[in-house]
Design a protein around this ligand. Structure first.
Ligand SMILES: [Fe+2]
Length: 208
């Protein structure tokens, strides 16, 4: 028997072009208040955390898409957090999200999302310079850091310290909220726009 303990599953999937187009169109039309708070975003804009409270069809469809993907992700994060196979249905979650827009030179310093279970990002607009990784440094990608800091006491030469995911337009990334993540500064003419969100389970079953 072997148990794969303390892993940190990162999930990616792609939405339909229709969903990407309708969400992007809706976001471009509305004026969203920014939220002034101690956050990790520099060189950009971060909205308040009420983006999923809009009743627009695009936002409703985005929430459905997130729910579908979280259901697929759930067995993996459940096993990562508990060391057990999930035998229950996906729990109910509180969901809140916000728009992030980074300009050239903007970045997110390493941070976690406290008081949350699963965090994620849905990418709306990504400058081509970022996707092409022109500086070969993953600028503008989302990076995550190995949470097992003690595992580096005597690391393998191929020890994984960082893992980067490209912010492909229309793609969704889900990860444990405790996972430190960041966006390195990038150079591009256009903005990098995404919707970031948190899901917090409503029951205490994970803690039993
Ligand atoms: Fe974040």
């Amino acid at each position: 028997m072997i148990k794969n303990l303390y892993s940190s599953p990162i999930y990616t999937s792609n939405s339909s072009k229709e969903l990407l187009d309708e969400v992007r169109s809706f976001i471009s039309k509305i004026s969203i208040p920014s939220e002034i708070r101690a956050n990790s975003t520099k060189g950009g804009f971060q909205s308040d955390s009420k983006i999923f409270e809009y009743n627009d069809k695009s936002i409703i469809n985005l929430k459905r898409f997130i729910a579908t993907e979280v259901a697929k992700y759930w067995p993996h994060i459940y096993e990562a957090l508990t060391g057990q196979k999930s035998e229950s249905n996906v729990p109910a979650f509180d969901l809140w999200g916000w728009v992030t827009s980074l300009n050239a030179g903007g970045f997110n310093s390493p941070h976690i999302h406290p008081r949350s279970t699963i965090s994620g990002v849905f990418y709306l607009q990504t400058p081509f310079e970022i996707i092409k990784n022109v500086d070969n440094n993953f600028s503008g990608w989302i990076g995550s850091m190995d949470p097992r800091s003690n595992s580096q006491i005597w690391p393998l030469s191929s020890h994984l310290n960082y893992f980067f995911v490209p912010p492909v337009e229309g793609s969704l990334v889900l990860f444990p909220s405790y996972l430190q993540h960041f966006v390195p500064p990038f150079n591009a003419k256009d903005e990098r726009i995404a919707i970031a969100f948190n899901l917090r389970h409503k029951t205490t079953q994970l803690l039993k």
